[in-house]
Design a protein around this ligand. Structure first.
Ligand code: PMP
Length: 349
């Protein structure tokens, strides 16, 4: 979802951006006014997240999936990195990274089918490991990190795709944060990467396409080629909206309140339950099950008839899943619980 006031602002500007007589979709990426859109989105993000000066903000096309390759291809200088296996998205990232070097699984919860964030307290990290990689919110499994792992001084790379801008984060604890923007920020197909400057390699595999080198984007202010101007423009609007509505601390409060409504219901329900242990539960993505595949499907279909769209769990795990991204109002969580409550009653529980 996008915040409604932002959609309205975009609607009002779509034919004529800022008196230019042109739509944002028509601006040349080399025109000075287009550069102001990119620079404005970046400076608003710096303000919202208090990004330290020594970090670059990059707008890169290709979505989160391309980062699964760009991260190891650029950053595995010694040829090995530690990945924490906390669910489907970190596993996909590790599988892709194996094409570029040695992947050491520092900790894994595959054996429990990902009911909690892996315990990293005894994790061994080889001294020459280039980085430690986590997926900070496992979108499909519904897990989130409450405390970052101790990387023993190694750079931390975090995929924040499904929790980016949902709560405050101390950027200085990471060497790199990246996020596909489509959950909490703007139209799909783009990633925002926040990278410590000294972590961006100047020399890369000469066979690497120029677009895939982080240095290409860092050197050109994300303007090496024609960028995804529309997405950057919309992201800028959402970032400003977050600043206007109290920043990330206020967003975190709103998100915690929504998630509590759903988790409290699941705790009290006789029909539905969360497969995830309480201390690892995501605030953004809440998977739940009835214990019967047929009944799960019935719930999904009945919910859709009641106007609650997209509750079906990801095809790889089944079940049901409620996503409560930033722009979902509290009323959405309340409507879901009301519906599930009635469904439960109708089924004699
Ligand atoms: N990482 C996470 C945590 C995700 O949730 C997703 C997509 N849902 C991706 C990566 C992949 O992103 P994209 O579809 O933009 O390639």
């Amino acid at each position: 979802m996008m915040p409604e006031p932002v959609l309205e602002e975009i609607r009002d500007e779509v034919m004529n951006w800022n008196g230019s007589g042109m739509s944002v979709m028509e601006l040349s990426h080399r025109s000075p006014i287009f550069r102001t859109i990119v620079e404005d989105a970046e400076s608003a993000l710096r303000e919202l997240m208090s990004i330290p000066n020594e970090y670059k903000v990059l707008f890169i096309q290709g979505g989160g999936t391309l980062q699964f390759a760009m991260v190891p291809w650029n950053l595995m200088k010694n040829g090995r990195a530690v990945y924490i296996d906390s669910g489907i998205w970190s596993k996909k990232a590790a599988d892709e990274a194996r094409k570029y070097g040695e992947v050491i699984i520092g900790a894994s919860e595959a054996a429990s089918n990902y009911i909690r964030i892996p315990d990293c307290s005894k994790m061994e990290i080889p001294s020459d490991a280039d980085y430690v990689y986590i997926c900070e919110n496992e979108t499909i499994n519904g897990l989130t990190w409450r405390e970052l792992p101790d990387t023993k001084g190694h750079p931390l790379v975090s995929d924040q795709s499904s929790m980016f801008l949902s709560e405050p984060r101390d950027v200085s604890k990471y060497a790199m944060i990246y996020a596909g923007v489509q959950k909490n920020v703007g139209p799909s197909g783009m990633v925002i990467a926040i990278m410590r400057e000294d972590f961006i390699p100047k020399e890369v595999d000469p066979k690497m396409p120029v677009y895939l080198s982080y240095d290409t984007h860092a050197k050109t202010g994300s303007g090496y080629n024609t960028p995804n101007g529309w997405s950057i423009y919309c992201c800028g609007k959402v970032i400003h909206h977050l600043i206007k509505t109290g920043g990330l601390a206020a967003a975190a409060e709103r998100n915690a309140e929504k998630a509590k409504i759903v988790y409290d219901f699941l705790e009290s329900s006789k029909l539905f339950k969360s497969p995830v242990e309480p201390e690892s539960r995501s605030v953004m993505n809440i998977p739940f099950v009835t214990g019967s595949k047929d009944l799960d499907a019935e719930v999904g279909a009945a919910a859709e008839r009641a106007g609650l769209i997209g509750l079906k769990g990801h095809p790889s795990v089944g079940g049901l899943r409620a996503s409560l991204y930033n722009a979902m109002p509290k009323e959405g969580a309340v409507a879901l619980v009301d519906f599930l409550h009635s469904f439960e009653k109708e089924h004699g529980k």
